[in-house]
Design a protein around this ligand. Sequence first.
Ligand SMILES: Cc1cc2nc3c(=O)[nH]c(=O)nc-3n(C[C@H](O)[C@H](O)[C@H](O)COP(=O)(O)O)c2cc1C
Ligand SMILES: O=C(O)C(=O)c1ccccc1
Length: 408
Amino acid sequence: MSTHPHVHKTSERPAAYQQEIYSKGLKGIKPRFSFDVTQWGSMAKEILPASAWGYVHGNAGTRETYENNRKSFKKWAIVPNRLVKFDKVDLTTKVLGLELNNPLIIAPVGVLQIFHEDKEGGVAKAGGNVNVPYTLSTAAASSIEEAAEASGDGLRFFQLYWPSRGHDDITISMLKRAKAAGYRALFVTLDTYILGWRPDDENHAYNPFLRPDAIGVEIGFSDPVFRSKFKQMTGKQVEEDMSNAARTWSQIVFPGVSNGWEDLDFLKQHWDGPIVLKGIQTVADAKKAVSAGVQGIVVSNHGGRQVDGCIASLEMLPEIADAVGDKIDVLFDSGITCGADIVKALALGAKAVLVGRPYVYGLAFGGQDGVEHVLKSLLGELDLSLQLSGVPSVNKKHLNRDILRRVE
Ligand SMILES: Cc1cc2nc3c(=O)[nH]c(=O)nc-3n(C[C@H](O)[C@H](O)[C@H](O)COP(=O)(O)O)c2cc1C
Ligand SMILES: O=C(O)C(=O)c1ccccc1
């Protein structure tokens, strides 16, 4: 595992985004995008076709898990400290053996072409420009190599939708490609071996993975092993029978059945680098992750998109962090909308957080620039919130539960 820090593009603290905006204001230049995080969704909704909006904003069942995620942040309130003298907040954190400038990671989201032509490459570039690692989804609308090229010297991770063991050859092929293309960690998503019950998508009869233009299956269509397997099965190239090929790929990466803990040895054999299990929700599973010898977990319920009626991901975070936080890197996602939410998740034990929908909204309303705006806004607010709460760094010795009060 390499411990080289990635390229540090800017020495400016994230809060400087605010000064930049005010300086431009003096010259009569108004900001291009709203700073009101509650508006980002509606700005995206105005632009997107109803099916695409339904897909990104949609959730499992009655949306209860999603709402629980949102409510869980309001059950904690920040309690600031006074007369704490320090220069600026140190936002750096060491995760998976990598020095991150910021405790923020771009969550893997599939089929970004639906939202903007800048798609995966634009998001990866935005991340690189603001020192936020990018995670490429297996369900991407760009190939592993294409996204890597766009990402350039930006830090990037690969998210695996893990085929059943009968397709180990395809899994190995994806892992090899990701390694060769410079992805530094493997995020294995455990909660989505099939898509959840999603009324928004069902109402639009819309599965972004099974579009006639086959834009969400790029990683499969560009995979030499999948291509030759498909040829063997059907006698055809994928381009000659796109809908059949897309369905076949989708059944491989969403097989409907989970692999088991015992199968993780296989991934460890074929991935030379850190492995993170995404979708952990119990202390028992977190402990199994430690025993399995992986480097990290993401405490996540997939943003409320998979199982309805679930506990908020944030509710589970403290006990999971207490149980395994000193042994592996505990990351978090599901429901983060603003800088203060990031403060809370970090204080409750996460070393870094992933965000999904906020940046997808940014992509929809502003392409790469919109994503940059969202990431800079989240980081800017995080920076100022900590400065104004008397918290000099995101290190656990400064940022921990002492800064929060439970306020049911
Ligand atoms: C439109 C959409 C597509 C997603 N696609 C993937 C994916 O391909 N792989 C994955 O591991 N997670 C996927 N996720 C889940 C995110 O990685 C993340 O867990 C979730 O969005 C976090 O919640 P948040 O949106 O509230 O930040 C997707 C989420 C959304 C909203
Ligand atoms: O929508 C999702 O949550 C998801 O994981 C996904 C992404 C792309 C295609 C299908 C499912």
